[in-house]
Design a protein around this ligand. Structure first.
Ligand SMILES: Nc1ncnc2c1ncn2[C@@H]1O[C@H](COP(=O)(O)OP(=O)(O)OP(=O)(O)O)[C@@H](O)[C@H]1O
Length: 296
C-alpha cells in the first residue's frame, strides 16, 4: 500500500517542549485521526510535515518523495498542489468575498475546479457575496474546507478543522470527507478533540502526548474489540493475579467507586471473567486510560 504521508523519526525542539521521534503515516485509502491533549504536539507535527517550521531531525515523504529541507523548491510546490490543508482558523484576507477567495485560489492552484468550489459553497450554505470578516467561525472553517477540496487534492490535512462547527455542520462535513475518500488513492490526516467525529470516519488513531506518540492503532481495535472492565477491589486483585495481562500491560485507573481496567480484547475477557462488568471502549476512555492510567 502506498503512503501519501510518511513522517519518520521527526524531532523538533522548542523552549520547554520537545517533539520526539515522531513516526506517523497516512496510507492511501485511509483516514488517520490524530489525537492528544492540548499542547501535546499535534499542530507542531503537522506544521513540520508541511515544511512550515524547521525540524531538528527526521524525514518526511509525501507521495513517496522526500521533502525535508526542500521547502519552496519546485518539487515541493508541485507536491503542495496535491494537498489540501485546513487549520483551525480561516486565514483569507478579511475584506475578500467568498467568491473572490475562489478566484484567488484559481490563481494559486493549477488544478482549481471552480464548479466543484461552487458545489461545495452550495452544500455548505456559504453565501458568495459575504466577506471573510462577515463569516462566523464555523462558516470560515467551511470556506477553508471548500478551498482545500476544490483543487483536486489527494491528501487532506485537517488540524481541528471541525472544531467551530455545530453538530449538523460536522455531519455534513463528514459526508463531504466520506465522498472524498471514495477515491482509494486519497487520504486524510485529521487532528481533532472531537473523538466522536473520528469514531465515525477514521481508520487509524494515532495519539500523541508530551511530544511522543503513545499509541497508533486501527480504530476498530478500540471501538470494536477493546473494552473497559469495572472492577471492585477483590476483582481487580484477582484480575492482576490471573495472568490474563502480561506484567506491566494492565492499564487501570482507580475511581472512588472501583477501578476501570483497559481490556484490549473484551471478547476474550468476557470468556474468562464472566462476572466482571464490562463496557465497550470508546476513543476518549481508551485515551484516558492510556495517558492517565497506571500500569501493572
Ligand atoms: N512557535 C513556537 N514557539 C515555542 N513553542 C511553541 C511554538 N509553537 C508551539 N509551541 C509549543 O509546542 C507545544 C505543542 O504545541 P502544539 O500547538 O503542537 O500542540 P497541540 O497538540 O496542537 O495542542 P492543541 O490541541 O491545544 O491545539 C506547546 O507546548 C506549545 O507551547
Amino acid at each position: 500500500m502506498n503512503n501519501l504521508l510518511d513522517i519518520r523519526n521527526l524531532s523538533k525542539h522548542y523552549d520547554g517542549f520537545d517533539l520526539q521521534d515522531i513516526n506517523l503515516t497516512v496510507p492511501a485509502g485511509s483516514v488517520v485521526g490524530f489525537i492528544g491533549s492540548n499542547g501535546a504536539g499535534k499542530t507542531t507535527t503537522i506544521k513540520a510535515a508541511l515544511g512550515l517550521i524547521g525540524t531538528d531531525a527526521g524525514e518526511i515523504e509525501m507521495f513517496g518523495q522526500h521533502i525535508a529541507g526542500r521547502a519552496g523548491s519546485k518539487q515541493t510546490t508541485a507536491m503542495k498542489q496535491r494537498i489540501g490543508v485546513v487549520f483551525d482558523t480561516c486565514s483569507f484576507p478579511e475584506e475578500m468575498s467568498v467568491a473572490s477567495v475562489g478566484s484567488l485560489m484559481g490563481y494559486c492552484y493549477s488544478s482549481w475546479d471552480s464548479a466543484r468550489f461552487d458545489d461545495l459553497l452550495a452544500a455548505f450554505g456559504l453565501p458568495r457575496n459575504k466577506t471573510v470578516k462577515e463569516l462566523s467561525r464555523g462558516m470560515g472553517m467551511k470556506l477553508s474546507l471548500a478551498c482545500a477540496l476544490a483543487h483536486n487534492s489527494e491528501l487532506l490535512i485537517l488540524d481541528e478543522a471541525t472544531a467551530g462547527l455545530d453538530p449538523i455542520a460536522r455531519d455534513e462535513t463528514l459526508d463531504v470527507l466520506r465522498e472524498f475518500m471514495r477515491n482509494d488513492k486519497h487520504g486524510i490526516l485529521m487532528s481533532s478533540h472531537i473523538t466522536s467525529d473520528l469514531e465515525k470516519i477514521a481508520d487509524y488513531i494515532v495519539c500523541i502526548d508530551k511530544g511522543r506518540i503513545v499509541f497508533a492503532v486501527e480504530k476498530d481495535e478500540i471501538t470494536d474489540i477493546a473494552g473497559v472492565a469495572h472492577c471492585r477491589q477483590a476483582e481487580f486483585d484477582a484480575l492482576a493475579e490471573s495472568g490474563f495481562f502480561e506484567p506491566g500491560e494492565m492499564r487501570y485507573l482507580k475511581h472512588t467507586y472501583g477501578t476501570a481496567v483497559l481490556v484490549p480484547d473484551r471478547f476474550a475477557f468476557a470468556e474468562n471473567f464472566k462476572t466482571i462488568a464490562l463496557d465497550k471502549a470508546d476513543i476518549d476512555t481508551y485515551m484516558g486510560l492510556m495517558l492517565k492510567g497506571d500500569a501493572r
